[in-house]
Write a protein that binds this ligand. Structure first.
Ligand code: AMP
Length: 252
């Protein structure tokens, strides 16, 4: 069975995000980019399935500019077998979840994977949409926010963390699964593997050649930074704290 994993290049989670002065977006220049953390977890899960002998091949796929090759090479260094880049140089930031889902659908129809793993959300747009849209487009079962996943032959058991407990689902394959934070702890890429990854196959497909309409349907009106936090104050006693909370209407 092939496992397809969708990986997105995003601003690294350690970077302090700055909003552009004209509020059209966030500053992308001179900041570190990395693989979306939930996608790294999805890659790890695919590798574990291959190591357990239930998957034969792990294919990583990304939609974006040529810079996303870095992200794919990182996933190859972690252990993926080959990579596909759906490339759009101009305006690659305008690729919205529905467009990404349609592109992934086409790859899935060509590659016929038994399982598609995605992150539960991209930490840049926080959309939490691509996995669900992809499952709908393919008409495959979906399991979102997986915190555990067991796969035997053609049946998949998936655990989800829900309010106040856990939910376990059984899905028929092929299926679409999105990874939550606690699914696993991803491995680190070792230097020799980073070198070896340079030689692994990475196919670039121009989005313009796919025939898929990726026109954005949403217009971003404004991006605003959260208001700055007021500075903390030092109080000398619990009574003073209670009085302060009362003044601020917290104790009503
Ligand atoms: P989102 O719905 O945008 O929050 O993204 C959910 C998941 O879809 C991500 O964690 C990725 O696995 C996948 N995804 C989103 N955008 C892309 C992209 N441009 N290329 C590849 N995968 C993506």
């Amino acid at each position: 069975m092939k496992v397809l994993v969708a990986v997105k290049r995003v601003i690294d989670y350690n970077v302090k995000i700055r909003v552009k002065l004209d509020q059209t977006g966030v500053v992308n220049e001179h900041v570190k980019f990395s693989i979306n953390p939930f996608d790294e977890i999805a890659v790890e899960q695919a590798l574990r399935l291959r190591e357990a002998g239930v998957a034969e091949e792990v294919i990583v796929v990304s939609a974006g500019s040529l810079k996303s090759q870095e992200t794919l090479r990182y996933a190859l260094a972690l252990g993926a077998d080959r990579a596909i880049l759906l490339e759009q140089e101009e305006d690659s930031e305008s690729l919205q979840p529905l467009a990404v889902a349609k592109l992934l659908q086409q790859v899935a129809e060509q590659e016929q994977p038994g399982l598609i793993l995605l992150g539960k959300q991209a930490i840049d747009d926080d959309s939490n949409q691509v996995g669900q849209m992809l499952a709908a487009l393919l008409d495959w079962p979906q399991g979102c926010f997986a915190s555990d996943l067991q796969l035997q032959d053609s049946s998949l058991q998936l655990t989800r963390e829900i309010d106040g407990g856990l939910e376990t689902l059984a899905l028929d394959l092929p299926a679409v699964v999105t990874a939550d934070l606690r699914l696993n702890r991803p491995r680190f890429a070792k230097l020799p593997d980073i070198m070896k990854a340079k030689k692994k196959p990475l196919q670039v497909i121009e989005i313009a050649q796919t025939g898929i309409d990726v026109t954005p349907h949403l217009k971003r009106l404004r991006v605003q930074a959260p208001p700055p936090r007021p500075p903390g104050v030092m109080l000398s006693s619990v009574d003073e704290l209670l009085a302060k909370l009362g003044e601020e209407g917290v104790l009503q």
